[in-house]
Design a protein around this ligand. Sequence first.
Ligand code: ADP
Length: 505
Amino acid sequence: MVERTAKVQRSERYLAETQKLTHTGSWAWDARSQKVIHCSEEMFRIFGLNPQEHLPTRKNFRQRVHPEDRNKVDERFARVVNERDDSFDEYRVVLPDGTVKHVNSSGHPVLDGNGELIEFIGAATDVTERKRAEEALRESEERFRTLVQFSFDVYWESDAQHRFIRQEFAEGIADPPAPGSEIGKTRWEVPYLEPDAEAWRKHRETLDAHLPFRDFELARPASDGGKRYISVSGLPVFDKAGRFIGYRGLARRITEQKRAEEALRDMQMKLAHANRVATMSQLSASITHEVNQPITAAVTYALAARRWLSAEPPNFHEVDDALSLIVKEGNRAGEVVGRIRALIKKAPARKDAVEINDAILEVIALTRTEAANNSVAVRTQLAEGLPRVQGDRVQLQQVLLNLIINAIEAMRDVGEKERELLISSRNEPDGVSVEVRDSGPGFAPATLDRLFEAFYTTKPGGLGLGLSICRSIIEAHNGRLWASANLPRGASFQFALPAIANTAS
Ligand code: ADP
């Protein structure tokens, strides 16, 4: 008997400890007496009741239930008693000091042989801590979602094999993929229109090396048949043991930005073209002369040939010489016209390997008469063995043309004897540079920054677009264009371009 009592006491102690550990209290209610016949220590604690007093009544419990939850709890109890079924519920408990607890409760009806309710056994678990943790997690997820919604368009995660395991799209983004349709696929298994194979290869290298990446640009098909551009960034994720487990990242839509850039480029192309045509028309008198010269020469040779033919006896040798010269002059005229056509033609930017000295000499040839008409002495200092530069030959020639015409125009303000134009090219450590230097009035140091602004002009009929277009052309070639004072007087405009390796001639 004593032994049994000790055993029971021990198991009661274990039970009490377990209840404390799991924050779970138990209680029992007798259906006949309608009284609470058991209430564990933990139950007292959860409901903030005093175990020293007496067994609580259901009323005691009820008073501790949050007023907003009381009806719900009552209804449930009534249902359990009526329907004799197990029940589960969650409600709030308010302690006298105002502390609110969240309680998970379950109840089990005990029935006799006739199915009559004898007892009701209940358990209540204090889940306040868990609730709080859940709430904190939910809030942090909510905050994160807000962040993603406002700053990014897609949040994604991929596994160690680079397969998407999660994708969240911001509301209202155009053409999102069908929910889940890309889960389990790698980025390269999803339909993309761009980038090219080489860019993909590099991207895969980065992924396989588990390195972070930023602004990887992709284009995917849009429902309207066009393209949607996105820019993706990702960070590798490692577990506690340092093993790579995948990537987490964000993507932004950049379609609008891309369209704006395209429109801007288009606009610049149009402006550049308009400017080129304007510059060429300024040159029209000189060009007419340039074309007329070989034609006049050819006519003179033709007249001479006729004379040699009608001589007695005809001198066929001289006729043949004259005819050769006519062919030469004809070709020269053809070349001039060809160069002008190339310069005025509206063509998309090309990527040639340009020999800059050749390009310079052609532009000098085109402006030779203009320079002569303005009493400008043109000198060149072209470095030998220059590497080639990558870009659009005609655009680069347009830059030279602008700089030369600007210099000639500027020198109209100085005495005829002092008009000197020096065009030079140099080898630089990482490319080539070209300088157009004049002996005109130069410019005030304060205006140095403004020269390249669009619409800045000091000329009555000027557009003020030339230098700004020149700068965008050079920058589009990854180069730099700048101005400085030429000593003792005049202006110097220089541009530097990166060279293509191992292309020195
Ligand atoms: P525009 O020739 O239509 O004025 P630009 O953009 O080519 O347009 O030139 C802008 C301004 O820069 C010119 O109006 C002039 O004041 C100044 N400028 C350009 N080249 C020279 C130069 N070689 N010497 C002095 N000033 C120059």
